[in-house]
Design a protein. Structure first.
Length: 360
């Protein structure tokens, strides 16, 4: 179980609760006076905003201690992992005998606090976006229902079903940004939080490792490797690098992009690196055939797509149930089962590992 699963669950529930509340508020049949319904439900925007703020306030009481405790556990784990390697190197004469730095020291406390602060700042941005997104989603759903009904081509029930499906498919945004190519990307609250937390603690762990290497004058590292790495990372995984210079091995920063969003320990990267001692260390990681790696990467991207479909139809089921649309809820439930079956077969046929936390 991921050490941050309790934190992730808070945000999974936040999105579901917001979708359900919007559905409950907008799905009350207005009878014959759709104009009165439109004005009345729009007037509830203030109550919807207050309700969202109350939900976020509850999270803000629980999230900070979870972040701090788990970042400390993760940081200690990273420290002790490399500490064992360095102690072994000293005992076997691979490196000169020097005091191993103290994780409780001022420098490491600063790294830990910087990681916690960075994660908290990112989560606050998610909160702001979620508040704005929930308000926009509330108003847009009301207006879609109103237009669909007022134009006379749909009944209120039909217009509500269509609008709530659109609401569920989009979800509540936690992050919105524009890519280098100009494409707008909207990440739902649950996905945004998982990506941000993962990136934050991986970056903090990397900073701990670099600090230890600097303190101990250790200049070489070996990167971890795994099949299915993104192609831009597959080229450098499972290899040895040096932190300063490039006279014996390629430079870690130049090749692996440490400290950059798209590099090792960057956005949603799960690669690691370890101290390495040329002439003494045994290589621990393979550099996989890049064509085979890329084939598995594509299979995993297909898996991610099925996960998105499972989450999508679960959101549809949540909103339909909240709105009292039992037939739509049943249809969505069947689609969930359909994609779960497809996922089981895909995972089995491609020798992948299923991650149920991504299907919530």
């Amino acid at each position: 179980m991921d050490m941050f699963e309790e934190l992730y669950t808070l945000y999974d529930n936040l999105q579901n609760d917001l979708l359900a509340e919007i559905a409950e508020r907008v799905a009350k049949n207005p009878g014959s006076d759709v104009d009165e319904w439109h004005a009345r439900v729009l007037a509830e925007s203030g109550m919807m905003q207050q309700s969202t703020l109350e939900k976020l306030s509850k999270i803000l009481k629980k999230a900070p201690p979870l972040i701090e405790d788990n970042f400390k556990k993760y940081g200690l784990g990273v420290f002790h992992k490399d500490e064992r390697i360095y102690r072994h190197a000293v005992q076997n004469g691979f490196m000169k005998k020097v005091p191993i730095p103290n994780y409780a020291g001022r420098v490491f406390k600063r790294i830990l606090q910087s990681g916690v602060n960075g994660c908290s700042t990112r989560l606050n941005l998610v909160h702001t976006t979620a508040l704005e997104s929930s308000q926009t989603a509330f108003r847009d759903t009301i207006n879609r229902i109103y237009v669909g009904t007022a134009l006379g081509d749909k009944s209120f029930s039909e217009a509500a079903q269509t609008a709530l499906r659109e609401l569920a498919d989009k979800g509540i945004s936690g992050v919105t940004y524009r890519t280098a190519s100009g494409r707008m990307v909207h990440q739902t609250v649950d996905v945004a939080v998982r990506n941000m937390v993962t990136t934050s603690y991986e970056q903090m762990g990397g900073d701990v490792q670099i600090q230890m290497a600097n303190d101990l004058d250790s200049n070489f590292v070996e990167t971890s490797s795994h099949m299915g790495a993104r192609p831009s990372h597959a080229v450098w995984q499972g290899q040895v690098f040096q932190l300063e210079g490039n006279d014996r091995y390629p430079n870690f920063y130049d090749v692996c992009g440490y400290g950059e969003g798209g590099g090792i320990k960057g956005y949603n990267c799960h690669h690691d690196f370890y101290p390495y001692f040329p002439g003494a260390s045994t290589r621990s990681f393979a550099h996989y055939n890049e064509q085979e790696n890329n084939k598995q990467y594509e299979a995993e991207q297909t898996q991610r797509g099925y996960e998105r479909q499972i989450r999508r139809y679960k959101r549809r089921q949540t909103t339909a149930q909240a709105a009292g649309q039992t037939d739509d809820a049943s249809r969505a439930g069947l689609k969930v089962k359909q994609y779960q079956k497809i996922q089981r077969e895909h995972v089995k046929n491609n020798n992948l590992e299923r991650d149920y936390s991504r299907e919530k």
